[in-house]
Design a protein around this ligand. Sequence first.
Ligand code: MTE
Ligand code: HPA
Ligand code: MOS
Length: 772
Amino acid sequence: MKDHQTINGAVHHDLKHDSAIKHVTGRAEYTDDIGEPAGTLHAYLGVSTVAHANIKGMDLTAVRNAPGVVDVLTADDIPGVNDVSPTGRHDEPVFPTEKVEFHGQPIFAVVAETRDAARRAAELAKVDYEILPHALDPVAAKEADYPHVTDPLTLKRGDVEEGRKTATNRIKAQMTVGGQDHMYLEGHIAFAIPGEDDDVIVHCSTQHPSEAQHMVAHVLGVPSNAVIVNVRRMGGGFGGKESQMNLFCAVASVAAKKLNCPVKIRPDRDQDMTATGKRHDFVIDYDVAFDDDGRIQAVEGEFAARCGWTSDLSGPVTDRALFHADNAYFYPHVLLNSRPMKTNTVSNTAFRGFGGPQGVVVAERMMEEIGYALGKDPLEIRKANFYGETDRNITPYHQTVEDNVIGRVVEELEESSDYQARRKAILEHNAKGGILRKGISLTPVKFGISFTATWYNQAGSLVHVYNDGSIHLNHGGTEMGQGLNTKVAQVVADAFQVDFDRIKITKTTTEKVPNTSATAASSGSDLNGMAALDAAEQIKARLVKFASEKWGVSESEVRFLPNNVQIGAETIAFDDFIKQAYMARVHLSAAGFYKTPKIHWDRASGTGRPFYYYAYGASCSEVTIDTLTGEYRVDRTDILHDVGRSLNPILDKGQVEGAFIQGMGWLTTEELWWDDKGQLRTHAPSTYKIPLASDRPRVFNVDLADWSENREMTIKRSKAVGEPPFMLGISVFEALSMAVASVNDYSECPRLEAPATPERVLMAVERLKGKG
Ligand code: MTE
Ligand code: HPA
Ligand code: MOS
């Protein structure tokens, strides 16, 4: 009999990612590693070479005649509905029939014996286009009177006109905030294996297997029960695989069913970057009125986003931008409008933070504006505007902030990072007027947790205990590197009080848990952790009843101890106990379910409680810029982030670090650039720069707020962690802004555009020097 004091891998303890060793040794199995049955064919997309045109004719003869080509699929080959739009707006054909709406749009697919053959053949299409005028960005779209791609949102509280009357200062300006490519290590991929009748099994890399299942069914014209979608893991998703895999799954399935062969589709990196959506870039007009102490009285904002040619998730993304335009600040009077603009570019999609970062960055810009206007440290302005804990706590969407800890987080970070002394030293350094200038900034984050589409906040699980005492765990969430499977397995291990390695983590499949939501909105462990706990509790309840009846003790005398079960005075090893329960015909399997309580949201009136709770954090970054070249480096970053009672502190720290770096990349070096023909020129890592290991802060201190506990009844009182720390990267952006401002003695807000590439930093320095 094993006798441990505690189990291995208990909740709230550090435990490495269950696949960590497999990731780094190359033994983790991704979709492309699955053995290909004999006869597997390979598909590749043929794409549009213009941004906007009527298709007058398509000559695919050369494509069909190319070596190795088996078939060419167009819209005519789709047996069901030619649509993969995730929100049911029916505005996203798999292949267009009449016109193309962006440069790089998939218009057909080649199926060939090898991927190389398919890819070469796809280049040979002759398409007769009647060119139409195009609008590439939100400003051009507005000028061309393009429609909103989905319904805009208004959030309103108080009366901005009234608010302005009490304010002594007012600033109106515009900010542009760039988009971002997901740059997951593993790109899009789908592998469809046809079965008998209508059946098809699709292995793919999606955050949303149930949606892929429904889309494939819809495109094939078969019921959902004919389609199985499997995902063991993704090599990163970051939101880019929430909806964007639908097309690849549909194409592979249509080809597989038509040809009755397994078909795999995997675009190369260039096509992955040009044909699939990215973070929305925004042009934001802000108008802030404030008093002489820097306290905001009124905020008005208009958030225009480049949504691309279809709605995709642009509605909820632009909504979330408005939900986060307050960040951690109280706006007494506020009016916010979203402008989800249709453009002739790839349809933008979910990306870590889901529009939230684009809202937060403007709130932070306003803090800077006020700081420079009043000649004060922007941190002072931030603190003066924080939500109150008991008053000044109503958001622009009328939800009361009940769990505010931003004051404490910022206070502790200010202390631990030695902010005040370092800022003083930096001011002195800059006053000497050298070529290298420094900046420091401390910025807060408050991020709302829950899908704003309320019905998405549900999850299911399936847990089996086999009669040898080993446990099979399945849930609706997907693993993309974030450690969701590890955390959920910890929850189940904790429930049964067995060692973590007794739990088998299994692939996500629509066969075991139906109608799941995307693993997104950072809610994977909140939702699936609870659903798995529900299943475990059901089985435990049956076990407790069995033990109490068999041993003749009360139910309260049955306790799950580490790897053992205590029944009255007797202690039995867990596996022996399970064997006995099996022999007594106890049902050892359960389906669990969870739905988030308390949330509701009325989009029409812009009121409700869309978020169950908020996650908080703050970061302080110090940078040095070279005023002759615009180059810069991050000297130091300190972070304090709130994850409630962490399910697994080391995984959460990894999420905080990774999110910070990704957020920093978004605001510094990652620049998407389309030429005037609408062709994305930053189409590969050769032209698109994500942060490297060498770009990380030279000193990087990351801490979790160990005193925090979710006041809501979340899984083990933890908080979601996936997205909120992304916005900690804003401290780097604002520190750069301060370094730039120094060349003109901080007399004006530099209004850096994002991303603040070295070129932009240099241009801002030159502009301010000219005025100095
Ligand atoms: N971490 C890794 N390593 N890879 C990813 O793709 N995606 C992020 C975040 N962290 C991602 C990641 C995004 S966009 C979200 S919404 C969450 O993880 C989703 O997982 P969770 O809900 O389990 O936190
Ligand atoms: N966040 C992330 N993904 C989503 C959301 C959201 O709020 N709504 C729909 N998909
Ligand atoms: Mo994350 S953008 O919600 O997938």
